[in-house]
Design a protein around this ligand. Structure first.
Ligand SMILES: Cc1ncc(COP(=O)(O)O)c(C=O)c1O
Length: 376
């Protein structure tokens, strides 16, 4: 039978998926897949937090809890508490009612809704992302109608931040350009600016009239402390200027599959915020009408209840501390074997990701000889 769809070409291979498939097809019983950006237990399983189980039990017992449609912008309390989580308890922007937060489909959905909004309502369509950055960023922004450019970020010689290069590139960006900044635990390098460097970045972003779009996918995962990991964002918000923040609860609450996150836009006045919100609703409505209820209910239950919130921070710190300790163990093991070279970047980098500095030949050898698979 002739097929209307027969001229569809196969999509190019996704590098992360090809590592997943290679690992799946590797018959060796002792193998490791290092390409997936998800926290796992010692047994290689996703971790469901105790506090999440507790919140779900509470929700299951709540006879008033229904499954009706949420409003287009999601659960009101979820939005309120999510904004507080990233902006802080005493945020002036929140008190002045110039913050808009809408529930979105995790970090990815928040980035996409933000990008669609910007493509429609911001006159400057160029968006600068770090080189390198999370592999999905260029797809999200390009498909939304923005034009992606890169600023220097990683220096392969120092295996650290190319701070001079970053400032130079941001300084040369056209006025009004959008800039994606990862709030903490940079994916894929694990390299974050220091607070002093953030301040210089802030100054250049503001003096050039650039519009920062924070990707906040790992709050709490870098240091184990939610407030410390929010400092980069809060620095920008406290100067009174505008910014966008895409927030995800995938990693820090282990709610990967619930697809729960938020887009926050900090505006310069209540009036601007009102108009921005009205346009955001127009972006969401034809895309998925309203967001899902379950993940938002879990997050809200935890953020609203001070005991549960405390339990969450303890579990979150447990995950962050384990990552830090694994970095230390890996570094010590490399040193103990007298491996040539400087491996201090393993412990200097933060969060779940590490740029190992291994070359292609070494990566292939690790996969072939030791069944340890990761991206090139
Ligand atoms: C930097 C960064 N942003 C956003 C995301 C999106 O995550 P999610 O859509 O699962 O919240 C990820 C996921 O790996 C990420 O690494």
């Amino acid at each position: 039978m002739s097929s209307i769809l027969s001229n569809v070409l196969p999509a190019p291979e996704d590098p992360v998926l090809s590592v997943i498939f290679a690992c799946r097809d590797d018959p060796c019983p002792v193998k490791l897949n290092l390409s997936v950006g998800a926290y796992q237990t010692e047994e290689g399983k996703p971790l469901v937090l105790e506090v999440v189980r507790k919140a779900e039990q509470q929700l299951a017992n709540d006879l008033y809890c229904d499954k009706g449609y949420l409003p287009i912008d999601g659960l009101a309390d979820f939005n309120k508490f999510s904004a507080k989580l990233i902006l802080g308890d005493d945020s002036h922007a929140v008190k002045e009612n110039r913050v808009v937060t809408i529930q979105c489909l995790s970090g990815t959905g928040s980035l996409r809704v933000g990008a669609e909004f910007l493509a429609k309502h911001h006159q400057q369509r160029v968006i600068f992302v770090p080189n390198p950055t999370w592999g999905n960023h260029p797809f999200i922004f390009t498909l939304a109608g923005l034009s992606v450019e890169y600023f220097r970020y990683y220096d392969p010689h120092t295996r650290g931040l190319d701070f001079e290069g970053m400032l130079e590139d941001l300084g040369a960006a056209p006025s009004g350009a959008l800039v994606v900044l990862q709030a903490c635990a940079h994916n894929p390098t694990g390299i974050d600016p220091t607070l002093e460097q953030w301040e210089q970045i802030r100054q250049i972003v503001r003096s050039k009239g650039l519009l920062p779009f924070f990707d906040n996918a790992y709050q709490g995962f870098a240091s184990g402390n939610l407030d410390s990991d929010a400092q980069s964002v809060r620095m920008f918000v406290s100067d009174g200027g505008e910014c966008l923040i895409a927030q995800s609860f995938a990693k820090n609450m282990g709610l990967y599959g619930e697809r729960i996150g938020a887009l926050t836009i900090v505006c310069t006045s209540e009036d601007v915020a009102r108009k921005v919100k009205s346009q955001l609703l127009l972006v969401v409505r034809p895309m998925y009408l309203t967001p899902p209820i379950h993940g938002a209910s879990i997050v809200t239950t935890i953020l609203k209840n001070s005991d549960m919130y405390k339990d969450w921070t303890i579990e979150l710190k447990g995950m962050a501390d384990r990552i830090i300790s694994m970095r230390q163990q890996l570094h010590e093991a490399i040193q103990a074997r007298g491996t040539p070279g400087d491996w201090s970047h393993i412990i200097k980098q933060r969060g779940m990701f590490s740029f190992t500095g291994l070359n292609e030949k070494q990566v292939r050898m690790m996969a072939k000889e030791y069944h340890i698979l990761h991206d090139l």
